[in-house]
Design a protein around this ligand. Structure first.
Ligand SMILES: C[S@@+](CC[C@H](N)C(=O)[O-])C[C@H]1O[C@@H](n2cnc3c(N)ncnc32)[C@H](O)[C@@H]1O
Length: 281
């Protein structure tokens, strides 16, 4: 198990096999609600150069490789290579690079891309890092290229419970998650992203909001949220920044309690995913 912390904020998810599985379930749950990989405003062609920043397991690029011709160049960037798949399992047009996207990118990448995609930075970025991130990512685009950011209002996630039930652990998990994230400065206002795109000079900015209600992927989503909460609390514990719990056993018990609530009361986690897109002039 490994935790990577960066200054001034800390990355609050653990990078291990369970997190890899969680990210892939989350990806499927979001896709079942969003329905596309590239926003319809983005014109596709056979020689696209596409970057996925904070690529994680690289799942978005791998899914994109299935629908675009292999003449497209697909580059993934991440501050860590722990979650990345083995190169031998990848199509030849996917390449990964180690890069902190809050730092200037090497010259070879500047102005190169038709599309820069970012997904799920909600617990990675502190609230004051979103605008600098947008401005830095814009340097990767050529004029006419698009920035696409897909993220969620994690702090506003609610537990939807049938009348007469009381999912105590699921509610407690969400409360602890919110409290811990707030204490660590991870209070991003995902709804502000569209305004940040406009303020940063992107044109034709659009926002779509998807409430994750598709019942077919509800189990995926429930597991993903309960695991994310446990991983964030574990990361905070290891950073000595978790007030309410003293051990990983307590966090494990809470996660089991959340999963048991989800099974026995048929409650479920629900939140909004934002897709924001803008074009470089
Ligand atoms: C929650 S994961 C999302 C992964 C992927 N985008 C997805 O949708 O499944 C966040 C990823 O962003 C990476 N990350 C966090 N801060 C970063 C930074 N400053 N620069 C580059 N990558 C970063 C993490 O290492 C992690 O792989």
């Amino acid at each position: 198990m490994s935790i990577s912390a960066k200054s001034p904020g800390e990355y609050l998810l653990i990078r291990n096999a369970v997190e890899k599985e969680r990210l892939e379930l989350q990806f499927k749950a979001w896709q079942a609600n969003i329905g596309y990989l590239l926003h319809p405003a983005i014109t596709q062609h056979d020689h696209m150069c596409i970057a996925d920043v904070g690529t994680g397991t690289g799942i978005w690029l791998q899914e994109l490789a299935n629908i675009l011709p292999n003449s497209c160049q697909l580059d993934g960037f991440d501050i860590s290579d722990i979650l990345l798949p083995d190169k031998s399992s990848l199509p030849e047009n996917i390449t990964f690079y180690l890069q902190n996207f809050l730092q200037p990118f090497p010259e070879e990448f500047i102005g190169k891309y038709d599309v820069v995609n970012v997904r799920v930075m909600v617990v990675a970025l502190s609230s004051d890092e979103w605008e600098p991130a947008v401005r830095n990512l814009m340097t990767l685009l050529h004029p006419g290229g698009h920035l696409q950011w897909v993220d969620c209002a994690a702090h506003e996630c609610i537990v939807k419970a049938p009348e007469g039930t009381n999912p105590v652990n699921a509610n407690r998990g969400m409360d602890l998650f919110r409290k811990t994230m707030n204490a660590l400065g991870k209070t991003p206002n995902t709804a502000a992203l569209h305004g940040i795109f406009q303020k940063s000079g992107l044109d034709a900015c659009e926002e779509q909001i998807f409430t994750l209600t598709n019942p077919e992927v509800r189990d995926n989503l429930n597991f993903s949220v309960a695991t994310a909460i446990a991983h964030c609390l574990t990361a905070a514990l290891k950073l000595h920044k978790l007030e309410d719990m003293q051990s990983e056993d307590e966090i494990r018990n809470l996660k089991e309690g959340m999963l048991e609530d989800l099974r026995s009361t048929h409650c479920w986690f629900c939140y909004d995913v934002y897709v924001v897109v803008g074009r470089k002039s």
